[in-house]
Design a protein around this ligand. Structure first.
Ligand code: ATP
Ligand code: MG
Length: 586
């Protein structure tokens, strides 16, 4: 599949909302982005108002906001007006239960409509929405509910009975459990309330509270890729960023049918699976089912999805299935295919061109940043392997820490250093839950330090190198696993690969690759030798792996990120640390 490919994919600028990157950047300031929203007077803003309530009064009232595909086949739609009604009803359910603004309302459900009503109603009530991933086991759920001091939990009757009912005593601060039956004959378990009945009987609250933009709105736990997950607190003012990135990066507008495949249990599934698209007035497709290549292509084709936001792990799974299946479907409506969560190998960008007729647009951000910070934009040239350029309004830099504890901005191009962001973008996290010291340590002067290494090229494009923790020091070279993984991904036998530094007396560390093979390929010494040679020819002997180990699959987080720290601890026989977000296969 490899071969010689140009470094840049030229894109003919269409009439995207960004227009010319340099011109948009030069003309941009956050007060303009604020003016894209309606606001609630005197600088007040509420996420639920911007996402749904304002549309329900305008010409979007009858537009479909959510089109939900149930696992079992039915399709249910909610217009903006209907979604607004459910939002205001849930808000008054909270008020009637005596839930105070500021209290944490957690969800533990799959992608079902009630999750969206809860998120928006919680925000309209000025409570704090905390989505949890429903596939977590009991312990990680209890730990998060305890750490977040959750007052309300919305879940399904089955999840409750299976995972939490036996541990109820450990959650004394949890005042109310609201359950949604998964099947019509499911009973409402003792000690819980019937979500649907409460909503049916509720009046609609008067409207959103005119909220101070600094009011906490969201509590998101990080993915736990590098250690125990941290709780990041976000405020209502973040919606300025959600909306601006929805427009400028995803190019969302009221003509769009949009599909974000991320689970709302993660920050992407909330920022870009609920808030940003609704503020832009799109019709959102929601699929309750898990990944299935055929089903996904069918949804993209039949729904005429125009903007699709997904992740490298999903793209790798589609690549594994192959180009022909994609080509069987009419994907001509797709205008933007974007990816986030992990570095996107150049191979995947090229695959998008081949299979879907357009490159995947990679973008970079973190739970802490609350919204997309560095991106490839529709209508702007793509350099495969690069995560693109900073959002207009965001100042990103490569910095070096100095001996006196400060940071120095690296101005020369192509030098590796830590990716830093100038404080001041609206969706910056305002705290780590119960960990002020850790929060303070993220900042030096007015820079937020991301913990990721990157470089900036002479054209201003950023290239991800590695997480600071994952960087490999081998015989005096600093090697980012991503570079090595990307080279191996170009080999036709490779489906997935994770690279670590294995301690070595002479070199300090040697590069070791764990490889999962595509269907039709079997591990053998010959294939290992072939892979080593293949990598050496692309990377040179200093960077290429010295060892290959075949594995059936790589350890990933539930959101699909490769957990290199687990490859490392398993290699060294060390304790595995926090594995609460590890994907487990039953
Ligand atoms: P934890 O902080 O708990 O270890 P995490 O960092 O994976 O987990 P997230 O906030 O979900 O939690 O992920 C953000 C990180 O994901 C980034 O710091 C970066 O390392 C990686 N990432 C996200 N998008 C990209 C991208 N486009 N290219 C490279 N890396 C990315
Ligand atoms: Mg992180």
């Amino acid at each position: 599949m490899a071969g010689i490919r140009p470094e840049r994919i030229s894109v003919v600028a269409t009439d995207t909302q960004l227009g010319d990157y340099a011109a948009t950047r030069a003309a941009f300031d956050w007060s303009k982005a604020r003016a894209w929203l309606e606001g609630l007077g005197s600088g007040r803003v509420n996420i639920a108002h911007e996402a749904v309530l304002r549309h329900a009064r305008g010409h979007a009232a009858k537009r479909v906001a959510l089109r939900w595909f149930a696992k079992r086949g039915e399709v249910v739609e909610y217009t903006y007006a209907e979604l607004a009604a459910q939002t205001l009803k849930f808000s008054s359910v909270l008020a009637d239960l005596g839930v105070a603004p500021g209290a944490v309302v957690a969800t533990l459900t799959g992608r079902i409509p009630e999750l969206y009503f809860t998120a928006l109603g919680t925000l309209a009530h000025e409570a704090v929405f905390c989505p949890l991933f429903s596939a977590f086991g009991p312990e990680p759920i209890v730990a998060r509910l305890q750490r977040g001091h959750a007052r309300v939990l919305v879940t399904t009757s089955r999840i409750w009975l299976r995972k939490l009912a036996p541990l109820r005593d450990r959650l004394p601060e949890l005042a109310h459990v609201l359950v949604v039956p998964e099947h019509d004959d499911d009973e409402i378990p003792p000690g819980t309330l019937d979500f649907r009945r409460l909503l049916r009987d509720a009046r609609e609250a008067a409207g959103p509270i005119a909220t101070d933009p600094e009011t906490p709105a969201l509590l998101h736990f990080t993915s736990g890729t590098t250690g125990a997950p941290k709780g990041a607190v976000h405020v209502h003012g973040a919606v300025i960023m959600h909306h601006a990135t929805g427009r400028l990066v995803l190019d969302l507008g009221d003509r769009d049918v949009y599909w974000c495949t991320a689970d709302p249990g993660w920050v992407t599934g909330t920022s870009y699976g609920i808030i940003a698209p609704l503020t832009c007035g799109v019709t959102m497709v929601i699929d309750e089912a898990e990944f299935d290549a055929r089903r996904w292509y069918r949804i993209l084709a039949e729904q005429r999805v125009t903007v699709w936001y997904t992740s490298p792990t999903a793209i790798r799974m589609l690549m594994k299935v192959g180009v022909p299946l994609a080509r069987e479907h009419d994907l001509s409506a797709l205008r933007v295919c974007a990816s986030v969560g992990e570095p996107l190998n150049p191979e995947a960008v090229w695959w998008g061109v081949e299979a879907l007729g357009r490159p995947f647009l990679d973008n970079w951000w973190q739970t802490e940043t609350g919204g997309i910070m560095v991106a490839n934009y529709p209508g702007v040239d793509v350099k495969p392997g690069s995560m693109g350029q900073p959002l207009p309004g965001v100042e990103a830099a490569i910095v070096r820490r100095t001996a006196d504890g400060k940071v120095e901005v690296v101005t020369e191009p192509d030098v590796e250093g830590e990716l830093a962001l100038r404080v001041g973008w609206p969706s910056m996290f305002r705290a780590y839950l119960n960990d002020d010291e850790r929060y303070r340590k993220c900042f030096v002067g007015d820079w937020y330090l991301s913990g990721d290494l990157a470089r900036r090229d002479a054209d201003g494009y950023f290239w991800f190198v590695a997480r600071v923790d994952d960087v490999i020091k081998s015989s005096g070279h600093l090697i980012g696993p991503f570079e090595v993984e990307s080279a191996l991904m170009e080999h036709p036998a490779v489906a997935e690969v994770g690279v670590i530094g294995k301690p070595d007396e002479i070199a300090g560390a040697i590069v070791k690759a764990f490889v999962a093979l595509r269907p039709g390929h079997a591990p053998s010494d010959e294939l290992a030798r072939d892979l080593l040679g293949f990598a050496r020819s692309r990377l040179g002997p200093a960077v290429a792996p010295r060892e290959i180990e075949f594995v059936p699959r790589l350890p990933t987080t539930r959101s699909g990120k490769i957990m290199r720290r687990l490859l490392k601890s398993r290699e060294l026989g060390l304790p595995e640390g926090d594995t609460s977000t590890l994907e487990t296969f039953e």
